[in-house]
Design a protein around this ligand. Structure first.
Ligand SMILES: Cc1ncc(COP(=O)(O)O)c(C=O)c1O
Length: 379
């Protein structure tokens, strides 16, 4: 097949994003540089306060990245050797790695139709060693926290959230990252709220978890600088916090734009029978989604992807094309047939603030074109 016309749409465009804020960002570099304010400084404290207010939680703490954030959240929750933690295998390996490095056992379970953790699968996976459920709030959508909360209550389990992809997402009006003992959020550059490098935060309402993360992220130091426990060096750079605070102030608009782009995809892709789009924005009153990613299922996914590539349209396979339990070297023995079927069909389409409405229409036209050409060929 040859493409009808070439109009490049990259999967993500970092230089475009930087260029759109170049003046403001340069002013921040200068300001922070001139003050020499690099580690654990006032910009970080301000950002942490603003982030906590945005989430509706008591505390947020900047850390090096969300992977560390998850590890610190688990440790702060008291998870350790002998404990099992249930997570959804459709997630970044970081979710399971954090459980592993907390010396606990990661127990993968199936995703559901919306690709988030399936509460019935969680219920089936509970064992006498289970201590916590760790849902991933995937693609900017919050899992069914009501169902998970009931399971946690029934079996006396903790909830720790991987909200790396879900800042601003809500379930029944409550923010992702505000359920359970503690949660982690990522500011990786391509995230809905990204910085210019690695960055993350832990959010919590729990005083003890807060105190523990304050120490764990800074070499185990207590308030007066004395060492009160073993700790790591995992602090969000003050410069990154200043950038994030600037971006957080306009985050509401960014979320609305992402939802508008997702709305165009939703309108267009529903008429293509070979595509299963994700739940559309505003379709379910329980969910407010921020569309970190736009993840579809597609028939003949690999051919579609090759066709999009030939048309210079970027796309990506989540997590390199496999769910966590499918990486043989990690040693999982589990079979998760529903998730494995999803991974034969799943594809991420571009969704970011560099896109115009026309770009999204162009992507949808190209997908339509692909299926029309292949059906007329097979006639
Ligand atoms: C679901 C999920 N969990 C964890 C992470 C890890 O975040 P970080 O790169 O900030 O460590 C990511 C980042 O992509 C993610 O998407």
């Amino acid at each position: 097949m040859t493409p009808a016309r070439i109009r490049s749409v990259p999967f993500f465009d970092y230089p475009h994003l930087f260029h759109s804020e170049e003046r403001e960002l340069t002013a921040i570099f200068r300001d922070v540089g001139m003050r020499g304010a690099f580690i654990l400084q006032e910009d970080l404290v301000r950002f942490e306060k603003n982030l906590a207010a945005y989430l509706g939680v008591k505390y947020s703490l900047g850390v090096g990245n969300a992977t560390d954030g998850l590890l610190l959240a688990l440790r702060a929750a008291g998870i350790g050797p002998g404990d099992e933690v249930i997570f959804c295998s459709h997630t970044m390996v970081a979710t399971a790695a954090a459980i592993h490095f907390a010396d606990a056992t990661p127990v993968p379970v199936e995703c559901g139709e919306d690709h988030l953790i399936d509460p019935e699968a969680v219920e089936r996976a509970v064992s006498p060693r289970t201590r916590a459920i760790l849902p991933t709030q995937l693609n900017g959508r919050t899992a069914d926290m009501q169902a998970l909360g009931l399971i946690a209550k029934r079996h006396t389990l903790m909830l720790v959230e991987d909200a790396a992809q879900a800042l601003g997402s809500r379930f029944q009006g409550r923010a992702a990252g505000s359920f359970g003992v503690a949660s982690a959020i990522s500011f990786f550059p391509a995230k809905t709220l990204g910085c210019l490098g690695d960055g993350g935060a832990v959010a919590t309402n729990d005083d003890l978890a807060y105190e523990r993360v304050v120490q764990l992220r800074d070499h185990g130091r207590g308030a007066d600088g004395e060492i009160v426990s073993w700790g790591l060096n995992s602090r969000l750079d003050n410069l990154q916090a200043a950038i994030l605070d600037f971006r957080l102030a306009c985050y509401g608009r960014a979320v609305e734009r992402r939802r508008a782009l997702a709305g165009i995809y939703d309108d267009r892709l529903h008429s293509i029978e070979q595509i299963k789009p994700p739940p559309g924005p505003g379709k379910d009153p329980d969910h407010f989604d921020v569309f970190q990613n736009y993840e579809i299922e597609a028939e003949r996914r690999d051919e579609l992807r090759a066709f999009l590539k030939s048309c210079e349209i970027g796309s990506a396979l989540p997590w390199g094309g496999k769910a966590v339990h499918q990486w043989p070297r990690l040693g999982f023995q589990t079979l998760l047939p529903f998730t494995e079927r999803v991974f034969e069909r799943v594809l991420l389409l571009p969704l970011n603030l560099s896109l115009t409405d026309d770009d999204v229409h162009h992507i949808c036209n190209t997908i339509e074109d692909f299926y029309q050409r292949s059906s007329s060929k097979s006639r």
